[in-house]
Design a binder for this molecule. Structure first.
Ligand SMILES: NC(=O)C1=CN([C@@H]2O[C@H](COP(=O)(O)OP(=O)(O)OC[C@H]3O[C@@H](n4cnc5c(N)ncnc54)[C@H](O)[C@@H]3O)[C@@H](O)[C@H]2O)C=CC1
Ligand SMILES: O=C(O)CCC(=O)C(=O)O
Length: 472
């Protein structure tokens, strides 16, 4: 097994090879070729630089990546093209198997189902980075990861449109009781009714959480003739003729359809429970495509049975199966049978972001972020470490190395680091902090292999150290 430490310190065999790699002309697979290219309109405004140098901290084939939950093949290809060892599984893994696997890998890619808790992450001695191939990052203990120098990336909006379109569809499906009519027809029953079936034109849509998805949905709903109101904990610019309301209660009292687009936070757990159902209009509808924890399902079952709500669409659940199959039963969620027995309840298996377009875009975006981080240490887009970028080293800068030092944000660190780097020519350096964690990146020139090793060992010996990497 190759540990991150081995990879970082066992430079001798790979150094010459890696340097000659980096001097080679094979840049076609380089993520930075695109990443650092300015728009063509800038041509002439800035001096032309030589081609970026592909930094390699290791023999790339030593990097082990585990991708779970059917990460898009486009994303897998980007990682394989780097020469990394990629194992891709279609499902999530039970915790014991996850722990077994995570001990050996440097990178893990997940979607919403894999829980990277402190217990799991504490077994991951070599882990450098986590890629969440989705929006939500609530499934990862971000703080623990940061304290151990593990960067976490996600795709903040590549599936927003897909979720918004699903919600538009569900508004109409609920208003016309299409789920029930379709189920009846599947059971050979013809039941042509118009009672309590409505157009959505002129109805009020209440959006809770007016972020990427909520605001996108707002535009689509208005185009369908709906009035849009929204509630958010921050004051946000209304799109179109939408209107922000000051409280959740006000939104619930005014809306014909309530749709939830908030993250999973302690404050959003059971955001919609018995009291909130009481505030809703009689015969209104609830849609939840955010997180299963946001709605109190037993309270929803009561509200549906009493006729307080005329229907609901749920895409997310407190407990979701790790794989496809006949698992959505009462063993998983005790109220499962009760929920399934209700009228006009649309249940979908967390497919809000599951479109070809969204998955392809997410695959590329997160895989690119992982490659940038592994190869260059760039943390742009990290959700738990300071976002730090340095322009690329170029091919006309031989004998350069990039030093990355993730450390606890305590006084005096920079002085000590610069004492170590001070014997060399530091071309450029950047440091930033986020809470208790700081991230320093420095490019130094005219360094020989022995000197790199010495720098790394001295940085490793500092008491503030969380993780040291040297890329060259
Ligand atoms: N069903 C699915 O497949 C998918 C589900 N999601 C879920 O949707 C959630 C929302 O996604 P985005 O719109 O991209 O997030 P976002 O971060 O862009 O927007 C969330 C909004 O909720 C607001 N908010 C936070 N706490 C609130 C509270 N207590 N009350 C009211 N507003 C509150 C925030 O201020 C923000 O404006 C994600 O966190 C994720 O959990 C995201 C993508 C796919
Ligand atoms: O598609 C997925 O696996 C997760 C979608 C989701 O919930 C998210 O992006 O947060």
């Amino acid at each position: 097994m190759t540990s991150a430490q081995d990879i970082q310190t066992n430079l001798s065999a790979s150094f010459q090879k890696a340097v000659s790699n980096s001097w080679g002309q094979n840049l076609s697979g380089s993520p930075i070729a695109n990443f650092s290219s300015p728009p063509s309109s800038w041509a002439g405004a800035i001096p032309r630089r030589s081609a970026p140098k592909v930094l390699k901290p290791f023999n790339t084939q030593d990097i082990k990546i585990l991708l779970l939950e059917n990460v898009n093949v486009g994303g897998q290809e980007i990682l394989r093209n780097q020469g990394y060892q990629v194992e891709a599984l279609k499902t999530s893994l039970p915790e014991d198997q996850l722990i077994e696997k995570i001990r050996d890998i440097h990178v893990i890619g997940i979607r919403s189902k894999t829980k990277l808790t402190e217990r799991v992450l504490s077994e991951a001695k070599n882990l450098l980075v986590v890629g969440c191939f989705c929006i939500g990052t609530n499934q990862v203990d971000l703080e623990y990861a940061a304290r151990h120098g593990i960067s976490v990336f996600n795709s903040p909006f590549a599936n927003s449109r897909s979720v918004a379109e699903l919600v538009i569809a569900e508004i109409i499906l609920l208003a016309r009781q299409i789920g029930d009519r379709s189920n009846e027809m599947h059971r050979s029953t013809w039941n042509k009714v118009s009672a309590k079936c409505w157009e959505i034109r002129g109805k009020t849509l209440g959006i809770v959480g007016y972020g990427h998805i909520g605001s996108q949905l707002s535009v689509l709903a208005e185009a369908m003739g709906m009035n849009v109101i929204y509630y958010d904990v921050v004051t946000l610019m209304a799109l179109g003729t939408a209107r922000q309301v000051p409280t959740l209660e006000k939104l619930l009292e005014e809306s014909d359809f309530v749709t939830l687009h908030v993250p999973d936070l302690p404050e959003t757990r059971n955001l919609i429970s018995t009291t909130q159902f009481e505030h809703m209009k009689n015969g209104s509808y609830l849609i939840n495509a955010s997180r299963g924890s946001v709605v109190d399902i037993p309270a929803l079952i009561k509200a549906s049975r009493s006729g307080k709500i005329a229907g609901a669409a749920l895409d997310v659940f407190p407990q979701e199966p790790a794989a496809n199959g006949d698992y959505f039963n009462s063993n998983l969620n005790t109220w499962g049978d009760d929920l399934r027995s209700l009228n006009n309840i649309i249940l979908t298996p967390h497919i809000g972001g599951s479109t070809e377009e969204a998955q392809r875009a997410i695959g590329i975006e997160v895989a690119d972020a992982l490659v940038r981080y592994i190869n260059q240490g760039i943390t742009l887009g990290s959700v738990n470490l300071p976002e730090v970028q340095l322009r690329s080293l170029t091919l006309d800068e031989p004998e350069h190395a990039r030093v990355i030092y993730i450390h606890r944000n305590v006084p005096g660190v920079l002085r000590k680091v610069n004492e170590i780097l001070g014997d060399h020519n530091v071309d450029k350096q950047i440091s930033d902090s986020r809470g208790d964690i700081a991230y320093l990146m420095a490019d130094i020139s005219n360094v020989r292999y022995e000197q790199i090793k010495d720098i790394q060992e001295r940085l490793e010996a500092l008491s503030s150290r969380i993780l040291t990497r040297v890329l060259y």
